[in-house]
Design a protein. Structure first.
Length: 317
């Protein structure tokens, strides 16, 4: 963290006065759009946005209002009409250690539609520079520029663009992320008590002897509220499955699916020998080797100090 970010309030106020001197100074003067408003750019924009509004096509087409900034952008080569004041402001912030930048938001006001063939001109001004602010990203200043867009001298719209120039916050050690906890209530407490003892317990109706899973307060075959438990053999087959693809998430580590070293993994609907089905992970085989009908056997995976989960180990044989 730089001295700027940890300086006193008085030092911050003095630096802000230097920044405020740039307010009202031009960021660009008499700028000209590199291209006139044109149908190809409108079409590309609409295709990218998935906007099929008929107002943006045909002989009477108008440009989507939200394209306002697009007509003023300088591309990789920039604009020759950019003033030195904006570069001087950014250099002052860079010198204080605010070398990182992120766009935060924009506001637009539309006064007249833009049509193919319109030649756009614009002027931009440094509208405001905030006092020192501390965010999760770091400490710095919000800089707002206002661009007035014109066609034939007539104001067509106004675009305000805000960035944060900041000193990045010191990286903190990442906290330990625990695996999400299962919801345990009075209806399924017995199942999780069994998992704790490495037993896969399923319910059995005491009236009609129907097995059921997941645990329910009453029988879905005869509606009897009476039940007891049976320890399942843990033997089953894959009835159906999906392969999960998602960005890495710290709570789901490679030990959950070691065959894939933290990559995609298989989640299966397993049909137990007792006739009920349950959902869990498949371990022991790569996810691309999982098949419907594959034999599996329950095992209990220690996730952390106070959580074990029943998973099923597959066999390619």
């Amino acid at each position: 963290m730089t001295a700027y970010a940890t300086g006193t309030a008085e030092e911050a106020a003095r630096f802000h006065e230097l920044l405020k001197a740039f307010e009202g100074r031009p960021a660009a003067t008499a700028g000209r759009g590199k291209d006139a408003v044109n149908e190809p750019m409108i079409r590309h924009w609409c295709e990218a946005m998935g906007d099929a509004n008929p107002a943006y096509a045909g002989p009477d087409a108008v440009a989507p209002p939200t394209m306002l900034q697009a007509w003023t952008m300088g591309g990789l080569s920039g604009h020759s009409d950019r003033s030195s004041a904006y570069d001087e402001l950014l250099a002052l912030l860079d010198g204080a250690g605010c070398t990182s930048v992120v766009a935060t938001d924009c506001e637009q006001e539309y006064l007249r539609p833009l049509r193919p063939g319109d030649a756009v001109t614009f002027d931009a001004v440094i509208e405001s520079v905030s006092p020192r602010k501390t965010t999760k990203l770091g400490t710095g200043h919000f800089v707002t520029t206002r661009t007035d867009v014109r066609v034939d001298g007539e104001l067509a719209g106004t675009h305000r663009f805000r960035i944060l120039k900041y000193v990045p916050a010191a990286r903190r050690e990442k906290p330990t992320v625990r695996r999400p906890r299962p919801v345990i209530n009075r209806d399924n407490q017995g199942f999780w008590d069994g998992v704790r003892d490495h037993k896969l317990l399923i319910q059995r109706c005491t009236a009609c002897a129907t097995f059921r899973f997941p645990w329910l307060p009453g029988c879905n075959a005869c509606a009897s509220p009476g039940w007891d438990t049976v320890e399942a053999s843990g033997v089953g087959t894959v009835f159906s499955y999906v392969v999960m693809h998602h960005p890495p998430f710290p709570a789901f580590t490679a030990h959950d699916h070691p065959a894939d070293a933290g990559g995609p993994y298989a989640v299966a609907l397993v049909e137990l020998a007792e006739g009920v089905r349950m959902i869990s992970n498949i371990t022991g085989v790569p996810c691309d080797k999982v098949r419907i009908g594959m034999p599996v056997q329950v095992e209990f995976l220690r996730v952390d100090d106070d959580l074990e989960l029943p998973v099923f180990r597959g066999s390619e044989g």
